[in-house]
Design a protein around this ligand. Structure first.
Ligand code: CA
Length: 235
């Protein structure tokens, strides 16, 4: 998934770039409207994130020009101008969503994911924290590091990733992965959770499989990206 960020406030632009890369996206960042137009016109992006007030070419005009040239890439507009008039102008110009600054990193990620889903992007990976589970190769990926999972490890990890911070009981995991009729006992689940914890550690993942009173499991991020979030919120 490739995202273009067009934003002239360099600190915000670079924080956005870092946040999105941390979430597994390929990101290009440019700092003015003309560069944005040249990059966007390549047609290689799955999503455009445009600021409104930009040097050389403003975000409204840029969005309008891209839509006039039949570029269908989803556009998320960012701006400090949160008045109704501006939101309407942005949407009329061809933006798909309008996010007023300052925003929270989680809010931004929710918008990004919603826009990519709406576009019908094929889900080929589940992500949590800085880690992705590649569904076609059964591989856990963190940056350049990757580790292959066995069939059962993969099924357990996929359930955990899909549930995220929600608790999954051992029983549920056992039933879904091993089936009702199997001889497997809850101890099997514990063993596989142990394997997965080692593999997550081996690639430097910030994802932790937390257990609640030995009854079930959920995912947590050990060092939350709250630093980036705080930085973006403060801009
Ligand atoms: Ca600006």
């Amino acid at each position: 998934m490739k995202i273009l960020v067009v934003e002239d406030e360099r600190r915000l632009a670079d924080s956005l770039g870092a946040l999105l890369r941390q979430k597994g996206f390929a990101v290009d960042v440019v700092y003015d409207g003309e560069a944005g137009q040249q990059y966007a016109a390549l047609g290689v992006y799955d999503l455009l994130i445009l600021d409104v007030m930009l040097p050389k070419l403003d975000g409204f005009t840029l969005a309008r020009q891209l839509r006039a040239s039949h570029l269908g890439t989803p556009i998320l507009m960012l701006t400090a101008r949160s008045g109704l008039e501006d939101r309407i102008t942005g949407l009329n110009a061809g933006a798909d969503y309008y996010l007023p600054k300052p925003f929270d990193a989680r809010e931004l990620m929710a918008c990004v994911n919603a826009l990519l889903r709406r576009q019908g992007a094929q889900v080929d990976a589940l992500t949590f924290g800085n880690t992705a589970l590649d569904l076609s190769s059964a591989t856990l990926v963190r940056g350049d590091a990757a580790v292959r999972l066995s069939a059962k490890e993969f099924e357990v990890m996929r359930l955990l990733m899909a549930a995220g911070r929600r608790n999954l009981s051992k029983e549920a995991i056992l039933t879904k992965v091993w089936g009702f009729d199997s001889e497997a006992v809850e101890n099997h689940v514990e063993v596989y959770i142990g394997f997965l914890r080692k593999k997550l550690l081996s690639i430097g993942s910030d994802v932790r499989i937390a257990s609640i009173r030995r009854l079930g499991y959920h995912l947590e991020v050990t060092e939350d990206d709250s630093e980036t979030a705080t930085e973006i919120r403060s801009l």
